[in-house]
Design a protein around this ligand. Structure first.
Ligand SMILES: [Cu+2]
Length: 202
């Protein structure tokens, strides 16, 4: 009877051990399989992603090449068309800009006037320019308003000739004039008759 118990217990322990053993191994195999599959999926995903990136960069390179080629073509065609532009238009493209300003406090004092021994109330008081130049007339006097009015002053009597007239320029304001023919262009300030200058156009 005692022996029977021992055998029974051995059988039970044996079968339990076997069950645990198989369960453990099965689980291990499945786990290993799942891990391997997951790794495989991850590696495929990374392969797909790198293919995507390479396609994207190929597309971008192709686009950039096309873009550069397009720009090159455009500049070539604009070069060939610009050679058809007449020489007068070409000259306009390379305009020289010249500037005349007003002398500080020239509205209060005649000291700047050439007739009073000064250096002139406009600066430079004589400007040499060429036909087609861009001449910028600026009131650089921080203390007052001035004009650049083409013409002459006879004593206190102004004689505007209508070639150009900036009108009243506040301090810092500008006016642009481009001479279209050569000659000497005297001008004066409508507000301060001692203020005169000359533009010589060649
Ligand atoms: Cu003035």
């Amino acid at each position: 009877m005692k022996l029977l118990y021992v055998v029974l217990i051995l059988v039970l322990v044996g079968s339990a051990t076997t069950t645990i053993y198989f369960t453990y191994y099965t689980a291990t195999f499945y786990t290993t399989d799942i891990v391997q599959l997951e790794n495989k999926v991850a590696s495929l995903e990374s392969e797909i992603s790198s293919l995507k990136n390479s396609i994207e960069s190929d597309l971008k390179n192709a686009y950039d090449d096309g873009y550069v080629a397009g720009i090159a073509e455009q500049s070539t065609s604009s070069h060939s068309s610009s050679s058809n532009i007449s020489s007068s238009q070409t000259d306009l493209a390379s305009t020289t800009t010249r500037t005349i300003g007003t002398v500080e406090k020239s509205g209060y004092s005649t000291d700047c006037a050439v007739l009073m021994g000064g250096d002139g109330c406009y600066t430079p008081v004589y400007l040499s320019a060429n036909v087609g130049d861009k001449i910028i007339l600026t009131n650089t006097d921080s203390t007052g308003v001035h004009t650049f009015t083409s013409g002459t002053v006879d004593g206190f009597t102004p004689n505007p000739d209508g070639v150009f007239d900036t009108g009243v320029l506040m301090s810092g304001d500008s006016f642009e004039w481009t001479p279209i023919s050569s000659g000497e262009y005297p001008y004066y300030c409508m507000l301060h008759t001692w203020q005169v200058g000359t533009i010589i156009v060649n």
